[in-house]
Ligand binder design. Structure first.
Ligand code: URA
Length: 239
């Protein structure tokens, strides 16, 4: 909910001060009712008419970067009542996750009410870079790394070129830590890519989405993106 004068100003009809004047003068109706009180709260689904003109409401855009913890789902609702990523951020504006991370995947997740940017970021033709750190079972062989990089068939379709680098091999625990950078966002893509070369993913973290990382954010914490970061994201996908 926002103050009526703010919503009128954001629609581009007039300044906030002018909106206050118009409200006091009895020129504003909300859902057909005359409203003269300045602090009145409205939301973006209310119909606001000023001087007989229905406003075209623009919701203020908001962008969160969340360091997603394990054990929360990336969707607005869950039938099983599990915690969702929306439970971790303020709920005064309706936002949606940009793409998905699995229940047990951690790391960078953007949430926004900017549908245009969301569509651009998740569109495969924009090749947004996503870097993951995967802990997999087994000691990954060089030829398998090469296969991951060149592209392998998952769900009947070849993955596009990727970058993969072994960060650590733990012979005792029989695990390998691998950094994998992909430019698509298919369903469970990283797990399926490793599965296709014979390894199970034990742990998965997205450490980078485009240029954004979780630096400074503990698990479960979020921050707002700056105007500059939003502009950079737009420029990344409009090249
Ligand atoms: N790939 C996966 O398999 N899972 C994720 O959560 C993200 C990418």
């Amino acid at each position: 909910m926002e103050r009526l004068q703010k919503v009128i100003a954001q629609s581009g009809y007039c300044s906030r001060r002018k909106a206050e004047e118009l409200i006091s003068m009895g020129k504003v109706k909300v859902n057909g009712e005359l409203v003269t009180e300045l602090g009145t709260k409205v939301n973006y689904t209310d119909t606001i008419v000023v001087n007989g003109k229905t406003l075209n409401q623009k919701e203020e855009k908001i962008y969160y970067l969340l360091n997603k913890p394990r054990g929360v789902i990336t969707s607005a609702k869950d039938e099983k009542g599990r915690k969702t990523v929306l439970d971790l951020i303020p709920d005064d504006k309706r936002v949606y996750p940009v793409g998905r991370l699995d229940y047990d995947t951690t790391g960078v997740l953007l949430l926004t009410n900017d549908g245009e940017l969301t569509n651009l970021l998740i569109h495969p033709s924009n090749h947004v870079e996503k870097t993951y750190i995967a802990k997999v079972k087994g000691l990954v062989m060089k030829q398998d790394i090469e296969k991951l990089c060149k592209g392998i068939i998952i769900d009947g379709k070849r993955t596009s070129k990727a970058k993969a680098k072994v960060k650590k091999k733990d012979k005792k625990a029989n695990t390998t830590l691998i950094q994998l950078t992909i430019y698509e966002g298919r369903n469970h893509q990283v797990k399926k890519m490793f599965e296709a070369v014979g390894y199970e993913v034990l742990k998965l973290k997205r450490e980078r989405f485009s240029f954004l990382t979780t630096t400074g954010l503990k698990s479960g914490e979020y921050r707002l993106l700056s105007v500059k970061e939003v502009k950079t994201l737009y420029s990344e996908v409009q090249k």
